[in-house]
Ligand binder design. Structure first.
Ligand code: NI
Length: 252
């Protein structure tokens, strides 16, 4: 996989951030899930909204800058049909209460059973929700920070290297999201399909992916540590099992 490929040419690989997803339901809201990480020193640094897709997000940083930032988003479920909300509810009620608040919550297996039919019901209304229903709360992606890479700190060079080795890049909105002018550039590999267990069989679903982030210094000399909403909007779509067109005005 890509981590092995990079390790073969680079000494140090630093993770820039991990990306997590949840719903705005009280049981699994961002604050509840982030509690163990907040206890260990992470603090919320910024909030982002994506009104057209009913998603909001927050990013957290740890005082130890070598630890990855956490970008966590949630879907506002009340914008969707009653059937949709009821389906989400049947998933959330299956989560053992003692699981919430554990430090390894985001590493645990999907804490519910779901039929492929219910997955399709969700997918018809919202791809983000369907992804969480299929995979649970695992990170949607890990992002490597390219600043410290010796050979591949430039995303254009890194992208060519990856393509030469058979990796496919996500090109929704272009292979590189953002620019030095907004102090952040991002590229991501196309999310690959993986077999997911449903209560009525195994089905291939678009899964997780790897991302690369290059950060730039702001005029005050410090490295930009935030996220760019327009880039994030395009990157969200990487996990869609069906492509859809983004209304660019969502990125404001
Ligand atoms: Ni990311």
């Amino acid at each position: 996989m890509v981590h092995q490929l990079l390790s073969s040419t680079e000494n140090t690989i630093v993770h820039d951030h991990i990306a997590l997803r949840t719903f705005d339901d009280q049981k699994v809201q961002i604050d509840a899930l982030m509690m163990p990480l907040v206890s260990s020193g992470y603090t919320c640094k910024a909030k982002y909204t994506f009104p057209k897709t009913h998603i909001s997000a927050q990013h957290y940083e740890h005082p130890d800058g070598s630890l990855p930032k956490v970008f966590i988003s949630h879907l506002e479920c009340h914008h969707f049909s009653e059937k949709f909300q009821a389906t989400i509810e049947t998933l959330l009620t299956q989560i053992p209460q003692n699981l919430i608040g554990q430090w390894d919550f985001f590493l645990t297996a999907r804490p519910w059973k779901i039929s492929f039919d219910s997955y399709e019901t969700l997918k018809n209304e919202n791809a983000y929700a369907a992804w969480v229903a299929a995979f649970g709360f695992r990170p949607t992606h890990f992002a490597v920070q390219t600043n410290l890479l010796e050979q591949y700190s430039e995303l254009t060079t890194l992208n060519s290297f990856l393509k030469t080795h058979g990796f496919e890049l996500n090109n929704t909105g272009g292979e590189i999201q953002g620019s030095p002018e907004v102090f952040l550039e991002q590229s991501s590999l196309k999310a690959a399909k993986t077999l997911v267990e449903f209560s009525d069989g195994m089905y291939p679903i678009t899964g997780t992916y790897y991302e690369f982030a290059k950060r730039y210094s702001m005029p005050n000399g410090t490295l930009f540590n935030g996220f760019i909403p327009e880039s994030a909007s395009n990157l969200f779509q990487n996990t869609n099992s069906q492509a859809f067109t983004l209304d660019r005005s969502d990125a404001s």
